[in-house]
Design a protein around this ligand. Structure first.
Ligand SMILES: Nc1ncnc2c1ncn2[C@@H]1O[C@H](COP(=O)(O)OP(=O)(O)OP(=O)(O)O)[C@@H](O)[C@H]1O
Ligand SMILES: [Mg+2]
Length: 452
């Protein structure tokens, strides 16, 4: 790293900590030190007192020491920066330095795409690097459609700086696939990116410890998660958020191991910072629903099925016949990409790809989709099961009507609201009152359930 790069790097560091660029005195200290001058000589050149120069230098060394995790003094400044150049941040400002597995160590505090150069010692940790850990994210696979959703999410995250975003939807609808593409497109905007699934953590403490470990790998790491979200621009993706919620109760109650998670979520939503927490879930987190109503910094994107043209593209890869009937198939399985993949395989296996033959059966065939829906069923409370089975066995339009299934009005309405948060039920507007809608596959599944 030459002196200009050092000045540029330090300027960015100082700006990130203080909101101010390097002033002429700080530059003189850095340049003078680089050239081997002592403080009295720098003071004479700048026409300032020796004490003043020492004070400016002391503040600079403190900032740089904290950033590099090394004790920086005038005597070791140049040597350390040259060594740092060797190990980590020589190409400060470039995008990627090296990819180790799926962990991207990126140089620089801010992104400024430029030349790419390999790092010599990938495991030498350095807090000033961009650190992107996507080792637990799935591979980026082909994504049909979702242009609108990607545009909305980018607008919320990059332009409007929302602090928490929940993407909700049934299993297989494409939350993980969408988020993976989103991260690929926006990752240069974040200093720290971490992708994890809640399946990994037995409790909130283990999640917090892992987050802090990632955000501040070198001790002392005593700050709270919120402090780190303030000091760096972080994007944290937590998949399978519903794993933290208690099954067989209305949506929103955390499991005992995650009891205080709601407070953390609320804190992240309410406090000012430029980081973003992206939650992927079958069920909408209650705190987000509340925060959304009071603050403009949290959003939920309920993910719907793919649109007609992109699903046709998806089915084209499946070698199905009777193209004129594909739209029926797409509607029956609500454009859910995983369901359509499963059912396409069944049509190939059983009917040699003939969609007409498959559709000629009077009841809707679910096959392995049933297993997926079973996981959702097992999470329902008793009132929700009653409402779903009742709705599945009704024909025609169903209005919202609290005298259903011997439930109290309150339980009925709670159940309907909870089912909507679980994406199992849609509420539409009817002529005089709200109407409830189940998609055909869900209806078929619940028709065959008995609740005792
Ligand atoms: N837009 C899309 N285009 C093509 N394939 C897609 C699309 N969305 C999802 N898929 C495919 O459908 C399958 C399910 O998607 P994904 O795993 O993202 O669903 P999910 O909503 O995260 O489900 P779960 O809640 O069970 O984790 C994957 O194989 C994925 O590659
Ligand atoms: Mg997923």
């Amino acid at each position: 790293m030459d002196v200009q790069e050092v000045l540029q790097w330090t300027d960015r560091l100082v700006f990130s900590k203080t909101g101010k660029h390097l002033d002429s005195l700080q530059k003189a200290v850095l340049e003078g030190t680089w050239e081997g001058k002592k403080y009295p000589e720098i003071a004479r050149t700048c026409n300032r007192s020796h004490e003043r120069i020492k004070q400016v230098a002391r503040e600079l060394w403190q900032l740089i020491s904290a950033e590099l995790g090394e004790d920086i003094r005038q005597s070791n400044f140049r040597a350390t920066m040259e060594q740092v150049e060797f190990s980590n941040i020589s190409n400060f400002g470039s995008d990627y330095v090296q990819i180790v597995g799926d962990i991207n160590f990126c140089s620089g505090l801010y992104n400024n795409p430029g030349s790419t150069q390999n790092r010599s010692h990938p495991n030498t940790e350095n807090p000033s690097q961009l650190r992107h850990d996507l080792s637990e994210a799935p591979e980026v696979s082909r994504l049909y459609s979702r242009t609108d959703e990607l545009a909305t999410l980018k607008q919320w995250i990059l332009a409007e700086h929302h602090r928490i975003i929940a993407i909700t939807g049934l299993s297989g609808i494409g939350k993980t696939a969408l988020a993976r593409h989103l991260v690929e497109e926006i990752k240069p905007n974040f200093d720290r990116i971490l992708w994890r699934s809640h399946r990994k953590y037995p409790n909130l403490n283990s999640l917090k410890t892992d987050l802090i470990q990632f955000l501040s790998p070198t001790p002392p790491n005593q700050n709270s998660i919120l402090d780190y979200l303030r000091s760096h621009r972080c994007l944290i993706i937590l998949d399978d958020f519903h794993e933290t919620l208690t099954p067989r109760q209305f949506v929103g109650k955390y499991r005992p191991e995650y009891e205080t998670y709601g407070q953390l979520v609320t804190e992240i939503g309410r406090s000012p910072h430029h980081s973003c927490l992206l939650l992927l879930s079958w069920e909408q987190p209650t705190e987000i629903a509340i925060l959304e109503t009071e603050k403009p910094h949290c959003k939920t994107l309920p993910l719907k099925g793919l649109d007609g043209s992109s699903t046709i593209e998806l089915l084209t890869t499946r070698n199905l016949k009777d193209r004129e009937r594909w739209i029926e198939l797409i509607e029956l399985y609500s454009g859910n990409p995983l369901w359509l993949n499963i059912i396409s395989a069944t049509i190939s296996d059983l009917f040699n790809g003939s969609v007409s033959q498959f559709l000629s059966y009077s009841s809707l065939y679910l096959g392995d989709i049933e297993l997926l829906l079973n996981d959702h069923y097992l999470r329902l409370s008793d009132p929700e099961k009653l409402v779903m089975i009742g709705l599945a066995n009704q024909n025609g339009i169903t209005e919202i009507s609290p005298n259903l299934e011997n439930l109290s009005e309150s339980d009925y309405l709670k159940a309907v609201q909870s089912l909507r948060k679980r994406c199992l039920l849609e509420i539409g507007i009817g002529k005089s009152t709200s109407i409830l809608r189940l998609n055909p596959a869900i209806k078929e599944y619940f028709k065959n359930q008995n609740h005792h």
